[in-house]
Design a protein around this ligand. Structure first.
Ligand code: FES
Length: 178
């Protein structure tokens, strides 16, 4: 596989740290974009590149948006629109624990909404936010494929079925002992 070419800063964009520059270069190269300064029409690689970045560094920093846009010959608004459309992508690092509660129809029908309200109170952070001490991120998810055994959650990347307030309280207690 060819080495990714070093990239200049797009006009009006902020420069990237060395680590972020390297992570972006790996994400681009991993999906066939080897010359970030030369748009090559690889717009279909946008989602895989965003997934790659989030998998590697945990989030998609807003500062990379103009760099990705130029590499894929897209507008910054197009890249920003995709990043913000999908709940999966974060624009900031997650907390040490990540609790995602399904808020799609089947799980809402069996208490998913009330469970989110309980979790917000018990964990001390709003849905879509990370607690001030970085202990936990609480997020909504939209169908985790466990519809028949909801309400469902993903806790630290592990699927959990039939989530109860007791289980949420146990997570809250675990935060106090870390
Ligand atoms: S609706 Fe919640 S897992 Fe499908």
């Amino acid at each position: 596989m060819p080495s990714p070419a070093p990239s200049a800063v797009p006009p009006g964009a902020a420069p990237l740290s060395d680590d972020l520059q390297a992570a972006l270069a790996r994400a681009l190269a991993g999906h066939g974009v080897f010359t970030p300064d030369v748009p090559n029409g690889a717009a279909t690689a946008l989602l895989p590149i965003l997934h790659h970045l989030q998998d590697e560094i945990g989030f998609v920093p807003p500062v990379v948006v103009p760099h990705i846009a130029r590499a894929l010959n897209l507008s910054r608004a197009e890249v920003h629109g995709v990043v913000t459309y999908y709940h999966h992508f974060r624009d900031a690092p997650a907390g040490r624990r990540v609790v995602q509660l399904c808020q799609a129809e089947a799980c809402r029908a069996c208490g998913g909404e009330a469970l989110m309200a309980h979790a917000s109170k018990a964990l001390g952070c709003e849905p879509g936010a990370t607690r001030a001490d970085g202990g936990v991120t609480l997020e909504a998810a939209y169908c985790l494929g466990l519809c028949a055994i909801g309400p469902s959650a993903m806790v630290d990347g592990e699927p959990v079925a039939r989530v109860t307030t007791t289980a949420i309280d146990a997570i809250a207690r675990s935060l106090e002992t870390r």
